[in-house]
Design a protein around this ligand. Structure first.
Ligand SMILES: [Zn+2]
Length: 115
């Protein structure tokens, strides 16, 4: 695939990597919407959650949430809290066609998640 996340994982594009293992990379968002804004990206390419749900990937999703939690610990926001967001499709505001989860924190986030 030739989306930006696959290129980052292939080493073709640089990024600010906070965590990585065989299944997930966590990088800093280039346009942070909060003091801490990270992206949890599966190494294996899934275009969408639909794509993901078609396969037998339940364990991988569980691991992704665990990675999010571990990284939240690493950056020190577990006690104060944080937010995970998964944008899907055009109306959901997804910008990169490679499944990913946003991790936001570092300040008190408002109750609104839509503008
Ligand atoms: Zn990809």
């Amino acid at each position: 695939m030739d989306d930006v996340f696959c290129k980052i994982i292939a080493g073709e594009i640089g990024s600010d990597v906070v965590y990585k293992d065989n299944d997930f990379w966590v990088i800093k968002d280039l346009n942070p919407q909060a003091p801490i804004h990270l992206l949890i990206i599966p190494v294996k390419h899934f275009t969408s959650l639909e794509d993901f749900a078609e396969g037998n990937n339940d364990e991988l999703l569980g691991k992704g949430l665990k990675v999010a939690h571990q990284v939240a610990h690493k950056v020190g926001i577990v006690e104060k809290g944080y937010r995970l967001i998964l944008n899907e499709g055009e109306d959901g505001g997804k910008l990169v066609p490679h499944l990913h989860i946003h991790l936001l924190g570092g300040k008190r986030l408002g109750p609104k998640i839509v503008k």
